[in-house]
Design a protein around this ligand. Structure first.
Ligand code: 4NP
Length: 167
């Protein structure tokens, strides 16, 4: 995010953020749920519009992956998002499009309709605390339970960083 963008969003009445991953059933709906809880806790719900989408369309209409829902529920997050694929319109409707890994970034850059849209693309890792163990939010879909726990740890850290950056 450019300094100019950060300053503009800090002064904005509303900040519209779209979290994006590949399938929109693991990482990005978890990011959405965690972000909602974090802004509510900070008393900032009125200030944020929060949604998520996938670059792929395999799971459209589905609830998040049962494993992610179970891991999130244990930390108090109820994930009820229905999977949807990102559209061209999302690049106009949102201020920030937040990808989870390099594959998401490449897909988003390809899908973005213009320069203004490309400028909105940022990475979740941009908001990690110093000393974070990884430099992206790895896809937990094909792995074991530890991948889901790591994803939630990283998303909790990054959502706090994102709120702090724009407050
Ligand atoms: P996500 O994980 O991108 O974090 O939602 C995935 C979910 C589904 C698939 C890939 C990744 N899939 O290939 O169906």
């Amino acid at each position: 995010m450019t300094t100019r963008m950060t300053e503009r969003l800090r002064g904005a009445d509303k900040i519209r953020v779209l979290f994006v991953c590949l399938g929109n059933i693991c990482r990005s709906p978890a990011a959405e749920g965690i972000m909602r809880a974090a802004v509510a806790k900070a008393g900032q719900s009125h200030r944020w519009v929060i949604d998520s989408a996938g670059t792929g369309d395999w799971h459209v209409g589905e609830l998040p992956d049962e494993r992610m829902r179970a891991h999130a529920r244990r930390r108090g997050y109820d994930l009820t998002h229905r999977c949807r694929q990102i559209t061209r319109r999302d690049f106009a409707d949102f201020d920030l499009i937040v990808g989870m890994d390099d594959n998401n970034r490449r897909n988003l850059m390809r899908l973005a309709p213009d320069d203004a849209s490309r400028d909105k693309i940022v990475m979740m890792a941009d908001f990690f605390s110093p000393g974070a163990p990884v430099d992206n939010v790895p896809d937990p879909y094909y792995g074991g339970p530890e991948g889901f726990e790591l994803a939630i740890d990283l998303l909790e850290d990054a959502t706090a960083g994102l709120i702090a950056a724009l407050t």
